[in-house]
Design a protein around this ligand. Sequence first.
Ligand code: FES
Length: 60
Amino acid sequence: MATHKEVGTSDTPRTEVVISPGEAVWLCRCMKSKKYPFCDGTHKQIEGFGPVKVECGKAE
Ligand code: FES
């Protein structure tokens, strides 16, 4: 299951997302998600924004 934590500073805020091999997540780009950094569908109320899908491939 994906996890996240704040790793930046107040001057340079950053969020680190960790996903497992074979897992995929949709990350919020509209900044309105109540589950930020993960998309919760709120972007549907904002024209021109949508999430980005991030996948971690499985090791072979
Ligand atoms: S809620 Fe922000 S992109 Fe989906």
